[in-house]
Write a protein that binds this ligand. Structure first.
Ligand code: ATP
Ligand code: MG
Length: 325
């Protein structure tokens, strides 16, 4: 059963430099208990695509398409509906933890707030107990002491763990984690990945995990979606995409993965930079940087996202190798 079903999601915004086409028709589903990783270079629209689901974009952003969370349509939902879903149903960890913590409230108050608002605990005392347990779960030393502190009294890594604890507080059916563990050291990161895996086992939580860390993707995700220029250029199971990437962009990204066999190998950056969303190229959005671009059609026609092989789970949007598929 799918917890999240995203269909033709689009986001555009008017900017002084013209209309920015930030998300351009994204389709994916997340099943209960499943982890879908979203990867792609900086600026590919990963954060905007998930902020759009929760109504967290600036008011002038235009969001189109559909995103169903269980039986609820999120696109176009009212602010009060979305608020209910955000606290109770979907947990989200933002890329910048400072924006999601209130500087003038204690950590204890902020972790307890959602628990009380959604009646997940019977009393303030129980909320404090549960908050301390959650802080211990995310690996914070002295969780009771942390309850009485303010955000500025914690290190960046500690704040990040508080934000994760808040997102997990309501046992969400969907967790959206945007670079949630990037700033944490590897042992804490491993502890948090374990905690999320436990939550998935116990509650069937579906997870959308946005990360630059391909090692995390390989270790935790079931499926991976590769974004470029606000589109999905390739998706499939982690094994399909990592073992046999079909899109030249994915090949480039995976070429940037330091290999365990030859750890001294330099990172291979893909030459060039992604196009700004106000100035997307015609044709295949990747063609100006593509090392294997072919005939004129790459520059004029948009390659559709079509199956690779016969698994039914692997798709890529490229003309490259299309004839052999
Ligand atoms: N409020 C906004 N107004 C105008 N443009 C925006 C706004 N928010 C994001 N953008 C643009 O949308 C594009 C996608 O941004 P987004 O933050 O989703 O990228 P990302 O894939 O999450 O990148 P990163 O890996 O750096 O987090 C970028 O070009 C960004 O400049
Ligand atoms: Mg981002």
């Amino acid at each position: 059963m799918s917890v999240l079903e995203v269909r033709d999601l689009r986001v555009e915004l008017d900017t002084p430099r013209g209309t920015a086409h930030i998300v351009n028709g994204l389709d994916y589903t997340v099943d209960a208990g499943e982890t879908v990783a979203i990867v792609g270079e900086s600026g590919s629209g990963k954060s905007v695509s998930v902020m759009a689901l929760l109504g967290l974009l600036p008011g002038h952003a235009r969001v189109g398409g559909s995103a169903r969370f269980e039986d609820r349509e999120l696109v176009g939902a009212s602010e009060s509906e979305l608020r209910t879903v955000r606290g109770n149903g979907i947990g989200m960890v933002f890329q910048d933890p400072m924006t999601s913590l209130n500087p003038v409230l204690t950590i204890g108050r902020q972790v307890s707030e959602g628990l009380l608002a959604h009646r997940l605990v019977p009393s303030k005392k129980a909320a404090r107990e549960r908050a301390a347990d959650l802080l211990a779960d995310v690996g914070l030393p002295d969780p009771r002491g942390v309850l009485d502190r303010y955000p500025h009294q914690l290190s960046g890594g500690m704040r990040q763990r508080v934000v994760i604890a808040i997102a997990l507080a309501g046992n969400p059916r969907l967790l959206i984690a945007d670079e949630a563990t990037t700033a944490l050291d590897v042992t804490v990161q491993a502890q948090i990945l374990d905690l999320v895996a436990r939550l998935q086992d116990e509650h069937g939580t579906g997870v959308v995990w946005i990360t630059h860390d391909l090692g995390v993707v390989a270790g935790t995700a079931d499926r991976v979606l590769v974004m470029y220029g606000g589109r999905c250029v390739e998706d499939g199971t982690v094994q399909e995409v990592f073992d046999a990437p079909a899109h030249p962009y994915t090949r480039g990204l995976l070429g940037s993965l330091p290999s365990l066999e030859s750890p001294t190998e330099d990172l291979v950056a893909i030459p060039g930079t992604p196009p700004p969303p106000t100035d997307l190229p015609p044709g295949c959005v990747f063609h100006p940087r593509c090392p294997v671009r072919g005939d004129a059609r790459c520059a004029t026609e948009q390659p559709p996202l079509v199956p690779v092989g016969s698994s039914g789970t692997h798709r890529a949007a490229t003309f490259y190798g299309l004839e052999e598929r």
